[in-house]
Design a protein around this ligand. Structure first.
Ligand code: GZL
Length: 342
């Protein structure tokens, strides 16, 4: 007779084998279906392979939606979409998969600026145009990509600095020591690099601006809260937080309030944020966030226009900047928030 233990271990083994088989089959079936659908697809649709860097923030979700809303069958596209979950190696794998599937265009939002030369050379050798979305790549040979549709991050950082100059002057604090901490986005990303440079350019004109500390918080709410908690423990006299996206801002505000301090207009700590997603704009309207430097995720229409121009043999610029604003309690209304899609 089998001992009880034997039966259980055999059952576990069978279960494990079944799960493994399902995973392999599922993976293969999924790939076959995807490839089959694509290969059998009539070729008159423009095939676009999109490598999105992740889904780390409300901004990213809106950016993905703007792409998926435009590269549709009705608009004449076949979209292959991959979410790299913040990993560069996943983006490189996705781009190589797009190359092997012979897509017509590759669009990608590079998670960081460096490490793209090899895979971009492979795309060029395959004759597939590459269009950057949102962020930049740091390559010597600029012909490795056709254009970039995104934001001027240095200008965004300068806008934050210029707003702080005006606000301090308005409050008669332009000569006082101002203690500042900075929550930085994903290390090595264009948005983090540009916003840091832009704000530092303005800050360098003010010897009374004391940047106590700058730390990476990966554009996420959880990390923003964690880093802000450390800042608060080390620096009891913080006057201003520069947070390089709204998700980190949400986490930072939780940490500040947990420490018994207040934020926003008339509060202990001035909050300067970036992105201007709707949840954050509501906090601007409520005086909780002092200013929000918009970063427009609606890049799908721009990308589709670029592809149309390329299809028509038209020359495209090497950079397209999306329209962006600066929001404070003076210009944020409920109507404005309601009419925006992010
Ligand atoms: C900005 C984009 C940044 C956003 C963050 O263009 O790269 O990445 O500011 C997002 O919300 O995570």
């Amino acid at each position: 007779m089998f001992k009880k233990g034997d039966v259980i271990s055999k059952l576990i083994l069978v279960l494990f084998a079944a799960i493994l088989l399902l995973m392999v089959l599922g993976g293969r079936l999924f790939t076959d279906i995807e490839e089959e659908a694509y290969e059998s697809e009539e070729t008159d649709r423009i095939v676009v392979g999109v490598s999105q860097l992740g889904s780390e923030s409300g901004w990213r979700t809106a950016n993905t939606e703007s792409v998926q809303n435009v590269f549709t069958k009705d608009n004449g596209y076949f979209l292959l979409f991959n979410n790299a979950r913040q990993k560069q190696e996943n983006q490189i794998k996705a781009i190589r998969s797009f190359i092997s599937q012979r897509v017509d265009y590759i669009v990608f939002a590079p998670v960081v600026e460096t490490g793209w030369e090899t895979v971009l050379q492979e795309a060029r050798e395959a004759g597939i145009p590459v269009i950057l979305m949102d962020r930049q790549v740091d390559v010597t040979d600029k012909s490795l990509y056709v254009t970039c549709v995104g934001s001027d991050f240095v200008e965004e950082g300068e806008r934050a600095g210029r707003w702080l100059e005006k606000d301090l002057r308005k409050r008669g604090m332009d000569k006082e020591t101002v203690n500042i901490v900075v929550l930085k986005g994903t290390e090595g990303s264009s948005s983090q690099i540009g916003r840091t440079i832009g704000f530092s350019v303005v800050a360098s004109n003010h010897s009374n601006w004391n940047i106590l500390e700058q730390e990476y918080a990966d554009f996420t709410s959880a990390k923003g809260r964690e880093v802000m908690e450390v800042f608060l423990k080390k620096h009891p006299d913080i006057d201003v937080v520069i947070s390089q996206n709204d998700d980190m801002t949400f986490g930072a505000i939780e940490a500040i309030r947990d420490a018994g301090k207040t934020v926003g207009i008339g509060g202990d700590i001035t909050i300067i944020s970036f992105d201007a997603v709707n949840t954050a704009l509501e906090m601007v309207a409520d005086g909780i966030i002092n200013v929000d430097i918009e970063c427009n995720p609606n890049q799908g229409e721009y990308l589709s226009r670029v592809i149309e121009m390329l299809e028509n043999g038209e020359k495209v610029e090497n950079q397209y900047y999306v329209e962006e604003n600066v929001f404070t309690i003076e210009n944020v209304t409920r109507e404005l928030i309601e009419e925006r899609n992010y």
